[in-house]
Design a protein. Structure first.
Length: 352
């Protein structure tokens, strides 16, 4: 028992050191050739003015960008005494959050980990969850996993780990936002930039508003990208309709849907077709050797949509920083590897 506790302590020290001191540096993301050669991009003379960076959360060993909220929630629950008696935990997820939580659970006094998911979750994501040691529970047809997780946790005596409503889900991103701030100080000084993330839980966007923006005196502008519709949904993201559905649990996404002006500096972008996100994802992979997943490409597509809109209105100056450049930072959540079982997605990588 003492040996197990020592191992837990050592592993926890490693993960805390990782999220606070050893995160991967920002990467410079080249403009895809399909964008670079577009008439609107050339006419706007963006080749020299644009700098795109990304926080590659998929490079965090074993984890994704969800390690931050997952770790913060587990630490808070332990401090509150919720893990006495080695209880099971349960949470809803599109994959990354509960996979990361399952890996982290070995550092805490936790029994089983239950992942409550929708039946539409790609098989590759299901396998990743199972490989991490969690047990997959499918929500009944027509019942959102976010709703069913609450019922399942109550009926089975689990501690509910709800990433969609817990403030710890936002506060965990203090680690990621501080890191991004340090990296951008090195890359662009204090001249400012635009920051983007995809709407999932929306905790990343809210954390940027709370922790990143103040560090630059307001010289950071935030944009969010959602999938266009349920039919065009990119796995790991939410549509505006999905955000509205989080009203039933009073989730962060519902807050963003009702009051986007509180969290975003631009209207929510929901104009990138799934096929365009998949195509951009394959292009990133083949041209720049990036292992980012489809939500990262959805986010990149949203960025270029934002640039194209401003260029068309002659308003690119609104996006420029004190150096007269447009610097953008994108939050790349996970790797493409968990999605390769999807035939439609895979086809874009095979057709070079």
């Amino acid at each position: 028992m003492a040996a197990d506790e020592t191992k837990q302590t050592e592993r926890r020290a490693r993960i805390l050191r990782l999220v606070s001191e050893e995160l991967p540096p920002l990467i410079k993301v080249p403009v895809p050739s399909s964008i670079r050669e577009a008439d609107w991009f050339r006419a706007a003379a963006l080749e020299e003015a644009l700098e795109v960076y990304a926080f590659p959360a998929y490079q965090i060993p074993l984890y994704s960008g969800k390690v931050f909220p997952a770790l913060a929630m587990l630490l808070a629950d332990e401090a509150a005494g919720k893990f006495r008696g080695r209880p099971a935990i349960a949470g809803s997820s599109s994959g990354n959050f509960i996979k990361d939580m399952a890996n982290l659970s070995r550092m805490f006094n936790i029994g089983e980990v239950y992942a409550v998911v929708n039946r539409s979750l790609p098989e590759g994501k299901v396998r990743h969850i199972e490989f991490a040691g969690a047990k997959v529970v499918y929500a009944p047809e027509g019942v959102p996993a976010t709703d069913y997780a609450r019922r399942f946790a109550t009926e089975n005596g689990c501690v509910l780990e709800d990433q969609y409503t817990r403030e710890d889900s936002i506060e965990g991103h203090r680690w990621s936002m501080r890191h991004i701030a340090r990296e951008m100080e090195k890359a662009a000084g204090s001249s400012g930039f635009i920051f983007g993330a995809v709407t999932g839980t929306c905790s990343t966007l809210m954390a940027a508003q709370k922790y990143l923006k103040p560090q630059f005196g307001g010289r950071v502008k935030i944009f969010g990208v959602a999938s266009m519709s349920k039919a065009e949904k990119v796995p790991g993201s939410r549509t505006p309709e999905d955000l509205r559905e989080l009203e039933s649990i009073e989730g962060f996404g519902a807050q963003l849907y009702r009051h986007p002006e509180r969290f975003l500096d631009f209207p929510l972008i929901a104009s990138v077709p799934k096929r365009e996100a998949y195509r951009l994802n394959a292009e990133l992979h083949h041209e720049a050797d990036l292992q980012a997943g489809p939500t990262s490409a959805l986010l990149e597509g949203g960025l270029y949509g934002l640039l194209r809109d401003h260029a068309g209105r002659g308003a690119l100056a609104e996006l420029k920083n004190d150096r007269g450049r447009i610097a953008a930072v994108l939050f790349f959540m996970d790797s493409f590897l968990a999605y390769t079982g999807d035939d439609e997605y895979r086809s874009y990588f095979l057709n070079k």
